[in-house]
Design a protein around this ligand. Structure first.
Ligand code: 13P
Length: 387
């Protein structure tokens, strides 16, 4: 009931010092005790923070725009660069990221960009800090804050994502540098005897603590529990594991008092493992993924932004479009792709200054097709025939 107006507090001259008079719109005034005053002030701050978080979360997933994941760690980007024989120097990484962020028309389909610590501190060649450039061009800057998936002791083949120590302080700095959302990726591998419930719980617990710390810092958490598609498992097994993982993740978020209105979920799609003999059809992927999300994701979550996880760019775009075409859905469904958004651009750029424009074109085209997929209107026939 206090959420719908902005009260004014004035000291009441005729009552105890700690007592305040609360002005209630046209209704007049109520006298409240000091403890209640402090409680209401705290509540108002919380309501404002939640409104701010919800507005950011909405901006990340609305209007058929989605997120570019450009937060590859130095090790991962080196692998991507080696596929096109480019050395991974700080300047090459800066140039590559500038090519993506400044691509003409990018902001028509890109709502936000996940950056890596190094990139958050880098600038365009004209000296504009990347977070400022993005914000000035209607793209919300975000930051990857986990420090990677490490072996889970006692559980061969399973990992726990690290990065909680000192996170409160890092988030405060990232906010000052312009980040308004963050990302934490938990990795769940599927194989014989895995995942174990212990590994799922440990990762869900870390995601929840991370998300609560983000919200405390006025940063929207992207909660990313990724069930890998690397193995030989079937689509049915992926569905079973994804259900179990999302169930634990939302229980942990609830227990940690995370406000679902101020977060974005970044899940895998439900799909057969890459080494599975039985390949999933696009329709099967769309159907199983929607079935799982409808069972597990509360409608209070404003949006779901998928990872691509090793799908080809065209597969990832088609799957997203089929799901949106099957709406209406309780949440916005969009993309937060890394590889599926960057693959075409990386190949067109090949690290040459002369191909900067070609790289930008390839990126803008793929981003635009994914924007159409977020509206459910993409068709495979829109793909350019291979040259
Ligand atoms: P992919 O789309 O390449 O899976 O990357 C998304 C991401 O941010 C992984 O954390």
């Amino acid at each position: 009931m206090w959420d719908n107006f902005s009260p004014i507090y004035i000291k009441a001259p005729l009552v105890r010092r700690a007592t305040r008079v609360r002005a209630c719109g046209r209704a007049g005034f109520v006298i409240i005790a000091g403890t209640q005053y402090r409680h209401l002030k705290k509540r108002e701050t919380e309501v404002m923070t939640i409104a701010e978080l919800a507005a950011t979360a909405h901006g990340m997933v609305a209007n058929h725009r989605g997120i570019l994941a450009a937060d590859e760690s130095t090790g991962t980007i080196a692998k991507r660069f080696s596929s096109i024989n480019i050395e991974s120097t700080e300047e090459n990484r800066r140039q590559y990221r500038e090519m993506l962020f400044t691509a003409p028309g990018a902001a028509d389909s890109i709502s936000g960009v996940i950056l890596y610590d190094e990139t958050l501190r880098q600038k365009t060649k004209d000296g504009v800090p990347f977070p400022k450039y993005l914000a000035d061009h209607q793209m919300i800057p975000g930051i990857k804050v986990d420090t990677g998936a490490k072996p889970l002791p006692g559980f061969p083949g399973e990992t726990i994502t690290e990065g909680l120590d000192g996170l409160r302080e890092r988030l405060a700095e990232y906010y000052k540098l312009g980040a308004r959302f963050a990302k934490w990726r938990a990795v769940i591998d599927v194989g014989s005897g895995i995942p174990t419930s212990y590994a799922i719980d440990a990762n869900a617990g870390a995601l929840a603590r991370y998300a609560a710390l983000c919200q405390e810092a006025s940063i929207v958490p992207i909660v990313e529990p990724e069930v890998l598609m690397d193995g030989g498992h079937t689509l049915a097994r992926c569905e079973e594991v994804t259900n179990a993982v999302l169930d634990r993740v939302f229980s942990s978020l609830f227990a940690a008092r995370v406000q679902l209105e101020g977060m974005v979920l970044k899940p895998n799609m439900v799909i057969a493992g890459k080494k599975c003999a039985e390949k999933s059809s696009p329709e099967q992927v769309a159907e199983a993924t929607l079935r799982t999300l409808k069972r597990q994701v509360p409608a209070a979550v404003p949006g779901i932004a998928f990872l691509s996880g090793g799908q080809s760019p065209t597969e990832a775009t088609l799957h997203l479009s089929l799901m949106n075409a099957a709406g209406p859905l309780p949440w916005r469904l969009t993309f937060s792709y890394g590889r599926a958004l960057q693959e075409d651009a990386l190949k067109a750029w090949v690290g040459k200054a002369a191909s900067f424009g070609a790289g930008q074109n390839a990126f803008s085209t793929r981003a635009k097709l994914n924007g159409l997929a977020a509206a459910g209107t993409y068709k495979s026939s829109m793909e350019r025939p291979a040259a």
